[in-house]
Design a protein around this ligand. Structure first.
Ligand SMILES: Cc1cc2nc3c(=O)[nH]c(=O)nc-3n(C[C@H](O)[C@H](O)[C@H](O)COP(=O)(O)OP(=O)(O)OC[C@H]3O[C@@H](n4cnc5c(N)ncnc54)[C@H](O)[C@@H]3O)c2cc1C
Ligand code: SF4
Length: 512
């Protein structure tokens, strides 16, 4: 009985469940850099480089651990272009009785894998995806029968069940959530530590050359590639985060500073999403920092909530609601994604900075993704399909299980309130409060109308007016609609005119 274990590009851990199912003295492991996965959307060049380099380093680790590995590089003459064809060709040349593979992260790919057994006439065993703390069945049971799926309640159950930051049956410090302490405006002289960087080794340099040649038409810059590409390096990123950034993570979690793309965030999403780091070890390290007095509770709770709460929740949410979830469009948004998302000129400094940093780093931190880029996509009524594709392309940590709920549910409100209790819509004053972008902008954040006015200001009211019938009934929107009722009619007309003229210029891809 010979088995073939197929390892996907985001399953780069010796603890992957499928590897536990094989006998390394006689079974095989297959990995392949296939075109179908690298190009189903035109992923950022740095994302392709990161995944290929991480795969090659992991294949090396498997060899060092005596696994019999069949690795097909992108330019190898025997590369068949798709995972299925690669597996099929291998099975034609070797007597394989069973294929084992850990459950894919993305629905699209799992659908494909589910068809292999019928097409190959070989048993295919799909094992648990152990990159997550909770089983999918736990989420499904929690979600069944609920009209709204609020992360906060899911998170509390996860804290209790997995015993993170608990004092007996009570949450550490007496509260589940310290978010109110995590919204500080960044001070002028903040000295943000440099992110952990690595010089590319021979393997990475070879991959960078390949990507420059073969993926030239993909979005993004390739220069200054400094990500971790193996577990040792990823652990260093985690260690340095705990030592240098975690203390202030909570305090500046929502803060944005011009030319400071990395802030006090952990930068571990690339690694945790490909299995190089486990969710548990990241949370254990943070909890230990709290216990030893190295980091305050608001930071540690905030960090653990992102992983045990949000990350686990969006994965469960995705698999609970796919494939229908992808089709939702509650606000009937249809506007095409404007060119400025790909880096064309804009006078809106906050957007310009976030797109520029995204292009350079294949990274933007949460508030940039949510309250600048996402907020704009929501207010402008951009087509969910195009917005989802953009987010899937541009970030090196983007996989549909995490990207889709964040984009459709959190920023675009396409599900009408299943994930978020209200749309995350904000005017320029929020951006001005949480960043210094407005100080470097051609627009004036204080002005509400006229050609100098910050577009976020009139687009915000235009959005609320456009969706009054749908959103007014939302209890969390009541106060804002009461403010609108009291507004001067002429001012409203002026804002609507400004918004119409803005949209006209946007649709012609003129500079806005
Ligand atoms: C519109 C939008 C799109 C997003 N797309 C992605 C994506 O494609 N891939 C991705 O990993 N994250 C995505 N996120 C979540 C979040 O922005 C990133 O996880 C985070 O910015 C990664 O940087 P970090 O590792 O420095 O995170 P930190 O701020 O240091 O947070 C620590 C970890 O918590 C987890 N996390 C934090 N927020 C979320 C969240 N909302 N959902 C799931 N996990 C979370 C991540 O694993 C992250 O590494 C998106 C958020 C928004 C608003
Ligand atoms: S003024 Fe408006 S457009 Fe300019 S940076 Fe501030 S919020 Fe962005």
């Amino acid at each position: 009985m010979t088995k073939l274990c197929v390892i996907l590009g985001d399953q780069l851990s010796l603890n992957t469940e499928s590897l536990q199912q094989i006998d390394k003295s006689q079974d095989y492991v297959l990995m392949a850099e296939v075109k179908s996965e690298a190009t189903y959307v035109k992923h950022h060049k740095k994302k392709v480089a990161f995944v290929f380099s991480a795969m090659r380093h992991f294949a090396q680790e498997l060899k060092e651990n005596d696994y019999r590995i069949d690795y097909t590089a992108y330019s190898d003459s025997n590369n068949k272009g798709s995972l299925f064809e690669q597996v099929k060709a291998f099975c034609e040349q070797h007597p394989i009785d069973e294929i084992v593979i850990a459950h894919a992260g993305e629905y699209r790919l799992q659908q494909d894998i589910d068809s292999w057994q019928g097409k190959l006439n070989i048993e295919v065993t799909v094992c648990r995806d152990n990159r997550f703390v909770a089983e999918q069945s736990f989420f499904d049971e929690w979600a069944n029968g609920r009209k709204q799926l609020r992360m906060e309640y899911f998170y509390r159950e996860m804290r209790r069940n997995h015993n993170y930051l608990m004092e007996g049956k009570e949450p550490a410090g007496g509260k589940w959530n310290y978010d109110s302490q995590n919204r500080e405006k960044p001070p002028k002289d903040l000295d943000v530590p440099e992110p952990t960087k690595f010089t590319p080794d021979d393997i990475t340099n070879e991959v960078l050359e390949l990507v420059a040649k073969e993926f030239d038409d993909h979005f993004g810059d390739l220069n200054d590639f400094h990500y971790a590409v193996n577990r040792t390096q990823a652990l260093k990123v985690l260690d340095e985060f705990i030592e240098q950034r975690l203390e202030h993570f909570g305090q500046y979690q929502d803060a944005m500073i011009q030319d400071e793309p990395w802030m006090y965030h952990s930068h571990i999403s690339f690694y945790i999403n490909v299995g190089m780091l486990s969710a548990q070890e990241c949370m254990d390290a943070a909890e230990q920092a709290y216990v030893s007095g190295q980091a305050p509770l608001n930071s540690v709770e905030g960090f653990i909530r992102q992983i045990l709460g949000w990350r686990e929740y969006v994965k469960g949410f995705y698999w609970h609601l796919m494939p229908d979830y992808k089709e939702k469009n509650y606000l009937n948004a249809t506007r095409d994604l404007p060119e400025l998302f790909w880096g064309s000129d804009t006078k809106m400094n906050c957007l310009k900075q976030c797109v520029k940093e995204t292009k350079e780093n294949a990274y933007a931190h949460h508030i940039q993704r949510l309250m600048i880029l996402g907020n704009f996509a929501l207010l402008a009524g951009l087509d969910p399909e195009q917005v989802n594709e953009w987010y899937l392309i541009v970030y090196a940590d983007a996989y549909e299980w995490v990207e889709l709920p964040n984009v459709s549910g959190m920023i675009l409100f396409t599900d009408g309130g299943l994930l978020a209790s209200k749309p995350y819509a904000a005017s320029g004053s929020y951006i001005n409060k949480m960043s210094n972008y407005c100080q470097h902008c051609e627009y004036s954040v204080k002005e509400k109308t006229g050609h100098q006015a910050c577009p976020f200001n009139y687009l915000y009211w235009d959005f609320l007016i456009r969706h009054r019938d749908t959103l007014q009934k939302n209890p969390r929107m009541g106060m804002i609609y009461r403010t609108l009722e009291k507004m001067d009619g002429k001012k409203i007309d002026h804002m609507l005119d400004d918004a119409a003229s803005f949209f006209e210029r946007l649709s012609k891809n003129e500079e806005v």
